[in-house]
Design a protein around this ligand. Structure first.
Ligand code: AGP
Length: 601
């Protein structure tokens, strides 16, 4: 999730930009930059790493003149490594742009612009915006029309601020996909921009939370919107409240963000007839007979889920190992194995060590990761970024859903390349993938249901989360979420295995959360749950189909693909764990004994 700030006015532009970016630090970033404009002078500063590095550069420049206009950005890398060249703002000949989102059609736009004589310096999708604007401005000599034409050519998610010597008294803005707020400053003639509330608090009261497709031009004369689809609101006053976008915890915010970040994760990757990853090509699978996946915790659960998809869709043997076990078992490795590691942080010691072992054994390696420039992305041969944005809650939520989507897309990428899937089956899978963001939308009535149910599950001698096929790793994930933040004992278990011992635990104090999808082995899971219910276990069934033996029931929507049921049930499991933790008075975001990234053995 990148951060955007912008300023027009008579106050200290540089101070607002740097302070504003500081307020956006919680969103995570790997580089930052600002561009300043007055009459016809543009200055730009960019730095890798922490904002302090950027501030030092600005301070060392000991800027003489004041600037009326400025834009700033913190970048979370999605296209192109974290480097100064890739940091925003991006420059054309006489304009700068900052951007949050992903331009899906940037490749064809870049080719078109290069043919027209534009040269590019960065690896980013963003840079096409400023060259496109100047291409139109050079022809039309009308910045507003040039801006409108530019916007009309972009596909994907793009919230942007653009400044130009072509009209040094204005900031051109547009919102599509990623959030962008425009504010009437408290000072005369002041207009402020930010990608979330925090930078604006104390400096403005009246704001417009821009809707998709709304843009305009701001100057010290005021704000001219290019459409009427906007309304003024009052800014909240608490920064802490703002950083969580009004949610009680970062974990809650990140559960609700999943629909959007999974959309970002798929942007530009799902094509009409298959999957396209910028980061890899089909040579990755040449000579590969087997996939071995290694990870820890929630990332391991994403890997286990994908093993069913790789074998079912790509017909490639796939096994998954817990990294801390793998690294000491003296594993037999062969170079016809593709070694995939999965990690939100890219820094987990056990997973990193497993990756190094595979590399030393000569295997091709790929990391599915949320943090570019991490130890694992610098070590693996290839990286596919999940684009989840920073995950502040120690208990992973959006990391898991984006990892699982990336791996599902990868399974389809392989299936198409190896021709192990018919075109109609491929279309079925692509259709289901496109529906995932909808399955991840948190319905109020679902959240309310989990909040009410939570009170019944505070005291018991334990939980079993049970499922079959991909719902078994989902059961593991649900159990881990509960353990991590409520400190109650829970186990994820293959439903068919309960009769091989664990069913001895069945009694009214044993809470069983049963994942009962309609589209996959429903009759099998139903009979497993009936066995438990017959022995008086307290059953909470999660299913689109009514199940009269359930003591509690969370109804999910009827869909036509089991993976859509998977993501719907994931939301229910995450919310239930969080609501139980809240009732127990635990620190949902920072649970006891846990760290966000386990960089030691
Ligand atoms: C998940 O909720 C936990 N925070 C933990 O299991 C985590 O998934 C594990 O430590 C792996 O972290 P990584 O994805 O950053 O490698």
């Amino acid at each position: 999730m990148c951060g955007i700030v912008g300023y027009i006015g008579k106050q200290d532009t540089t101070k607002y930009l740097l302070d504003g970016l500081k307020e956006l630090e919680y969103r995570g970033y790997d580089s930052a930059g600002i561009a300043l404009l007055n009459t016809d002078k543009i200055d730009v500063f960019k730095a890798l790493g922490k904002l302090e590095n950027l501030k030092n550069k600005v301070d060392n420049a000991s800027l003489s003149s004041s600037y009326e206009i400025g834009i700033g950005h913190t970048r979370w890398a999605t296209h192109g490594k974290p480097t100064e060249l890739n940091a925003h703002p991006h420059l054309g000949e006489y304009s700068y742009v900052v951007h949050n989102g992903i331009i899906e059609n940037y490749k064809e736009l870049k080719e078109e612009l290069i043919e027209q004589g534009h040269s590019f310096v960065s690896q980013t999708d963003t840079e096409v915006i400023v060259h496109l604007f100047e291409n139109y401005q050079n022809k039309l000599n009308n910045p507003i029309e040039a801006f409108k034409e530019t916007i009309s050519r972009l596909d994907g998610a793009f919230s942007i601020l653009l400044i130009s010597k072509a009209d040094p008294s204005k900031i051109f803005f547009f919102k599509h996909g990623s959030p962008l707020i425009v504010a009437q400053g408290n000072e005369e003639g002041e207009v402020l921009f930010a990608s979330s509330d925090a930078p604006l608090i104390g400096l403005a009261n009246d704001v417009v939370y821009l809707e998709d497709g709304v843009g305009g031009i701001a100057s010290t004369e005021g704000i001219e919107f290019l459409s009427d689809d906007y309304s003024w609101s009052t800014l909240p006053t608490s920064k802490q409240f703002a950083q969580k976008d009004g949610y009680r915890f970062f974990m809650e915010k990140e559960i609700y963000e999943q629909s959007d970040v999974v959309s970002d994760c798929m942007l530009g990757r799902i094509q009409d007839n298959g999957i396209d990853f910028d980061e890899i090509d089909e040579s990755l699978i040449e000579g590969i007979k087997e996939i071995k996946i290694c990870a820890c915790g929630t990332s391991y659960h994403a890997g286990l889920t994908s093993s069913y998809l790789f074998e079912r869709l790509s017909k490639v043997k796939c096994n998954v190992e817990i990294a801390s076990e793998f690294r000491y078992k003296e594993p037999l490795l062969s170079d016809d194995t593709l070694f995939i590691v999965i990690s939100q942080s890219g820094e987990t010691a056990d997973t990193l060590e497993a990756l190094k072992m595979a590399k030393n054994a000569g295997l091709k390696s790929l990391v599915v990761c949320n943090v570019d420039n991490s130890s694992m992305t610098r070590t693996a041969d290839h990286t596919i970024l999940t684009r989840a944005g920073i995950e502040k809650g120690v208990a992973s939520t959006k990391a898991f859903s984006t990892q699982t989507v990336v791996l599902w897309m990868l399974a389809l990428y392989f299936a198409k390349a190896k021709e192990t899937i018919s075109s109609e089956k491929l279309q079925e899978e692509l259709h289901a993938l496109r529906e995932v963001p909808k399955s991840l939308i948190v319905e109020d009535k679902l959240h309310e249901k989990t909040r009410r149910l939570a009170k019944r599950y505070l005291h018991g001698h334990g939980f079993f989360f049970i499922g079959r096929d991909v719902f078994f790793p989902l059961a593991l994930e649900g159990a881990l979420k509960l353990k991590e933040i409520s400190y109650l004992h829970a186990e994820g278990y293959p439903a068919g295995e309960m009769k091989h011992g664990p069913i001895a635990l069945a009694d009214p104090e044993l809470f069983t959360i049963a994942l009962m999808p309609q589209n996959l082995l429903y009759d099998k899971i139903k009979s497993n749950v009936e066995e438990l219910s017959a022995r008086d276990s307290t059953i909470c069934a999660i299913s689109p189909l009514d199940f009269e033996l359930a003591d509690d029931f969370i109804k999910t929507l009827k869909t036509d693909h089991y993976m859509l049921e998977f993501f719907e049930m994931l939301i229910a499991l995450q919310l239930l764990s969080m609501e139980i933790s809240i009732r127990l008075g635990n620190d949902v975001d920072m649970p006891r004994n846990l760290a966000k990234s386990v960089t030691v053995e």
